[in-house]
Design a protein around this ligand. Structure first.
Ligand SMILES: Nc1ncnc2c1ncn2[C@@H]1O[C@H](COP(=O)(O)OP(=O)(O)OP(=O)(O)O)[C@@H](O)[C@H]1O
Ligand SMILES: [Mg+2]
Length: 274
C-alpha cells in the first residue's frame, strides 16, 4: 500500500518535521503510530494522504511514485485515502445525512453536491453507514446537537461512504473519555478489518496502541525509533520514546504500575505481564 524511503520534510521556517522515514505498509495492515508531541506524526500522515509533498525521499502509494503523479492522478489517488481527524471537520449546522454524504464529494460533481444539499442523494447510503457506526436514528439530526462521541461516529460514517482503501486516523480519540476511546478505536479496527482496509492510526494512548494493533511504530524527532509487534515494545523503549515529555512519562508510570485506565473491560495488555 505504502513504501516510504528516506522521507524528509523541512518546513519553510526551517523546522525538520521528518528526518528520513523508511517504512513499508502492506495492504490491509493495521499500524499504530505513537510518540511525543511534535514527533512528526501528523506531518507523516499529511504526507501519507498526499496533501503534503516530502522535501526529499520517496513515497510510493499503491505501486506508484507519488512525485510522478499528475494533478488529476493525485486527486484520484486521494479519493482512495480516507482521513479522520481529531476535529472531525463536520459542518455543525447541517443535518447528519449531509455530513455523511460528504464522503462522496471526491466522486460527485459540484452540481451533484449542491443538489444533494437540497434533496440528499442516496440517503439510503448514509442510513446504512450510520447503522454500521451504531447511530441509525440520527440521520436527520442537526450535527451540532450530537454529543462528541456521536460526532466522531458521523465522521467515521462519512469515511465509510467514501469507501477508501486506506484509513488514516490522526488522534481520533484524544478528545473523548477513555471508555468511548475504546469503543471508537475498536469500531475503526473492526470496520477496517471487515472491509479489508488498511488502517493507520496516530494515538496519544500507548495502551490503546499496544492493545488494539498488531504493529506499533514509535516516532521521535521525525525518525522511526522502533517498528514492532506490541509484545516486543518494552518499557525501556517507551521510556526512551517519551523521555523529557513529563505528562507522557507520568502516564507511562501509571500504565506500567498496572493501573489500566480502561478498568476490567480489556483483556490483559501485551508486553507488561498484566
Ligand atoms: N506547517 C508547519 N510549519 C512549520 N512547522 C511545522 C508545521 N507543521 C508542523 N511543524 C513542526 O513539525 C514538527 C512535527 O509536528 P507534527 O504536528 O507532525 O507533530 P505530532 O507528532 O503530530 O505532534 P502532536 O502529538 O502534538 O500532534 C513540530 O516541530 C512542528 O512544530
Ligand atoms: Mg499531531
Amino acid at each position: 500500500m505504502y513504501e516510504l524511503s528516506g522521507v524528509r520534510k523541512v518546513f519553510a521556517d526551517g523546522s525538520v518535521a521528518l528526518d528520513g522515514i523508511s517504512l513499508t505498509v502492506g495492504r490491509g495492515e493495521h499500524v499504530a503510530f505513537i510518540g511525543p508531541s511534535g514527533a512528526g506524526k501528523t506531518t507523516l500522515f499529511r504526507i501519507l494522504n498526499l496533501t503534503l509533498r516530502p522535501t526529499a525521499g520517496r513515497l510510493v502509494f499503491e505501486g506508484q511514485d507519488a512525485s510522478g503523479l499528475s494533478d488529476a492522478a493525485l486527486r484520484r489517488a486521494r479519493t482512495r485515502i480516507g482521513t479522520i481527524y481529531q476535529q472531525q471537520n463536520l459542518v455543525g449546522r447541517l443535518r447528519v445525512v449531509h455530513n455523511v454524504l460528504a464522503g462522496n464529494l471526491g466522486r460527485w460533481s459540484t452540481l451533484e453536491a449542491a443538489a444533494s444539499l437540497v434533496r440528499p442523494r442516496s440517503a439510503g447510503q448514509a442510513a446504512t453507514a450510520l447503522e454500521r457506526v451504531g447511530i441509525p436514528e440520527k440521520l436527520y439530526a442537526r450535527t451540532d446537537e450530537l454529543s462528541g462521541g456521536q460526532q466522531q461516529r458521523v465522521a467515521i460514517a462519512r469515511v465509510l461512504v467514501q469507501d477508501p482503501d486506506v484509513l488514516l486516523a490522526d488522534e481520533p480519540v484524544s478528545s473523548v473519555d477513555p471508555s468511548l476511546a475504546v469503543t471508537i478505536v475498536s469500531l475503526l479496527r473492526d470496520l477496517s478489518h471487515e472491509s479489508q482496509k488498511t488502517l493507520l492510526m496516530n494515538l496519544h494512548s500507548v495502551e490503546l496502541a499496544l492493545h488494539y494493533f498488531p504493529r506499533v511504530v514509535g516516532i521521535r524527532d521525525g525518525r522511526v525509533r522502533f517498528d514492532l509487534a506490541p509484545e516486543k515494545v518494552s518499557g525501556e523503549l517507551l521510556a526512551e520514546l517519551y523521555a523529557g515529555d513529563r505528562d507522557e512519562e507520568q502516564a507511562l508510570e501509571r500504565f506500567q504500575d498496572g493501573k489500566n485506565p480502561f478498568g476490567g473491560a480489556c483483556r490483559p495488555l501485551p508486553g507488561f505481564g498484566a
